[in-house]
Write a protein that binds this ligand. Sequence first.
Ligand code: PLP
Length: 400
Amino acid sequence: MSILSATLSRVKPSPTIAVTTKAQELKAAGRDVIGLGAGEPDFDTPDHIKAAGIRAIEAGKTKYTAVDGIPELKAAICAKFKRDNGLDYVPAQVSVGTGGKQILYNALMATLNPGDEVVIPAPYWVSYPDMVLLAGGEPVIAPAGIESGFKLSPETLEEAITPKTKWFIFNSPSNPTGAGYTWDELKALTDVLMRHPHVWVMTDDMYEHLSYDGFEFCTPAQVEPALYDRTLTCNGVSKAYAMTGWRIGYAAGPQDLIGAMRKIQSQSTSNPCTISQWAAVEALNGSHDFIAANNAMFKRRRDLVVSMLSEIDGIECPTPNGAFYVYPSIAGLIGKTSKAGTLIDNDEAFATALLEETGVAVVFGAAFGLSPNFRVSYATSDEALKEACTRIQIFCAELR
Ligand SMILES: Cc1ncc(COP(=O)(O)O)c(C=O)c1O
């Protein structure tokens, strides 16, 4: 008899982490690998935030804290929601966890019963469906293809909702497509939700500050204030502040839900890292000037990648307005054979052959629920991006 639980057999390991691991292994074995798989900024945590972490250590702030966050961080989060999103929350409505990932996981664990459905637009961030499965729920995938700019239409949302729907998970700007919903596009979705009062909204605003070309970020409870009482607004410091390793994410929502999430956290991990919480206070309250400079760099890299990939026959690469990903379609390459003889019959075969034959690591679209595509993370140097895109161009030109 297996030691493993039946629940575990419902989920798969994170494919993005698998690609990063495989690329690291090849690198360690001496191969010339360019990793475009990782979902994290390539620059360092800003100095003033690091200094706050160091100050916390030196001041002995190294003990347990309240399970779901120190009062100073909860106050900074309330101020952030007011300042950036026009949303009023009090500290008792705020939960801080070990990364955005734990926050989303706690919320699903705290709310899902067997058979409960969660509507997830595809392409999606890899962890949503598996977290729903781990929590005993059923993911319901609502497709949002390249023709709609990878944005969910209100009609498709309406069709996906059933009496069993508990949550709608919303993510803008999106991982893996970079697509950001405008106010009107989001309003069209919240209008649908207003007709289904049993459906709650889990909005993952992780890429809020990473946007380009004047895109104006908005979040569901802001666009439709009547949804405030059934919305969990999730965010974190990982991406905009280059703090992926510090592991701080947070959410605000109805107090009962926040209390239930706290209960899960109190019996699993307890408080998120104390030192990181103090660094996050500085991240949220301190200067944000570096974000504009980082975004200018990301925009330049995005334009470079989009233009180089768009030159390839058989690849269609839309220009997204947020995050640090592009999600090109390879529909025009399916059925071809690589120089080394691999049949490209789907996007996984494409990504595998690309890594083995050129050393460029990307993540295949099937991992995100929409094929045939691949995800490029452009959070790496211009030189690496140029070299990687050149290799992709050559690889594709040699397909027969
Ligand atoms: C859309 C999205 N949500 C949440 C997360 C998790 O963030 P964290 O590193 O804070 O757990 C990520 C990280 O890749 C993400 O892309």
